[in-house]
Ligand binder design. Structure first.
Ligand SMILES: Nc1ncnc2c1ncn2[C@@H]1O[C@H](COP(=O)(O)OP(=O)(O)O)[C@@H](O)[C@H]1O
Ligand SMILES: CC(=O)N[C@@H](CCC(=O)OP(=O)(O)O)C(=O)O
Length: 304
């Protein structure tokens, strides 16, 4: 049977560019085979269905080329929307949602139920097999209540602020992650944990991802957010930062708001056993693949 093969110059140029992209990826494929990547997918980044589909494809591709991806997801805006529907007020202190018993119930329902299973479905649609769990399953995360204090600016007196059922991971048993990954599944983890007191704790998703990356000694922790990375005062992308640089940028106010706890998580993770962390733009199609498999990189790399 005869086939029409397009032999135009533009066709050949485009095929050559594709081959170059694949060969450019080769050293990275070799370097990362068998390594663990922890990826935090934020609630803001997952708002757009096209972005969610691209994200799932990237995760499935990583698994197919021998990397062990572990996904930790957020869902702050989605919890906020559900609380609003239910007429429950919600507010944040230092980027953490004050969580009473009713809020904890809604947070668990939205994170472990709705969002977790949506991500599992996106990964299935991309041809992967995800295992959707929360920190409660198989003893993955034991949480401890977060203690916060604030200083009254007038009297300078320190006060304890009660955030309710906001937890931080204090013990991690990664057996379920290792077992699932070895069997070909992609763990997808909701940031909910249980305390030794039996209570359900709502955990900031960045904190959860950082603690898991440190425990696993991950080659990379990716934090997908809604900015290109860490920006300087002139809004230019900072491609490479050490914990020392981050301390300076925090002191002079270049880093503020939600970026402060995010970078604290990165610093803690790289100091506790994760090789490097990357803050990158989850809204950019295939941002993770570009960061991992090309020489250009796409976000801010944080390393020791
Ligand atoms: N120097 C900085 N570079 C980039 N973003 C910054 C910086 N300082 C503060 N930010 C803010 O941090 C936000 C990201 O944190 P956050 O909103 O908590 O993200 P997410 O919801 O994805 O976890 C950005 O949208 C930006 O407004
Ligand atoms: C304690 C606390 O603040 N928990 C977060 C958990 C979800 C989260 O962190 O989601 P994003 O990454 O999308 O912001 C919350 O209730 O919003």
């Amino acid at each position: 049977m005869a086939t029409n093969i397009d032999q135009t110059d533009s066709y050949r140029t485009s095929m050559l560019a594709k081959a170059e992209t694949l060969t450019e990826a080769l050293p990275y494929l070799q370097r990362y085979a068998g390594k663990t990547f922890v990826v935090k997918y934020g609630g803001h980044a997952m708002g757009d269905p096209d972005a969610a589909r691209d994200f799932a494809e990237d995760i499935v591709l990583l698994k197919a080329v021998g990397v062990n991806p572990v996904v930790v997801h957020g869902g702050g805006p989605q919890i906020g929307a559900m609380l609003k529907k239910l007429g429950v007020e919600s507010h944040f202190i230092d980027g953490l949602r004050v969580t009473d018993a009713a809020t904890a119930e809604v947070a668990e329902m939205v994170l472990s139920g709705k969002i977790n299973k949506e991500l599992v479905s996106w990964i299935a649609a991309a041809g992967g097999k995800a295992l959707g769990i929360s920190g409660k399953d198989a003893g993955l995360v034991t949480a401890t209540k977060v203690e916060r204090t604030t200083k009254d600016p007038e009297s300078n007196i320190e006060r304890v602020v009660d955030l309710g059922f906001v937890g931080e991971p204090t013990e991690i048993d990664p057996t379920i992650i290792h077992t699932a990954s070895a069997a070909g599944f992609i763990p997808v983890i909701a940031p909910i944990g249980v305390g030794k007191d039996g209570h359900t704790y709502n955990i900031n998703a960045d904190t959860m991802a950082g603690a898991i990356a440190a425990k696993l000694g991950a080659a990379r922790l990716f934090l997908l957010t809604d900015v290109p990375g860490v920006l300087d005062k002139d809004k230019r992308l900072l491609t490479d930062l050490t914990p020392h640089d981050i301390a300076g940028l925090t002191r002079d106010g270049t880093i503020s708001g939600g970026m402060i706890p995010k970078l604290e998580t990165c610093v803690h993770a790289v100091e506790a056993g994760c090789e490097a962390a990357v803050v990158l733009d989850g809204r950019v199609p295939h941002a993770m693949l570009l960061e991992i498999f090309t020489a250009r990189g796409a976000g801010t790399l944080i390393h020791r």
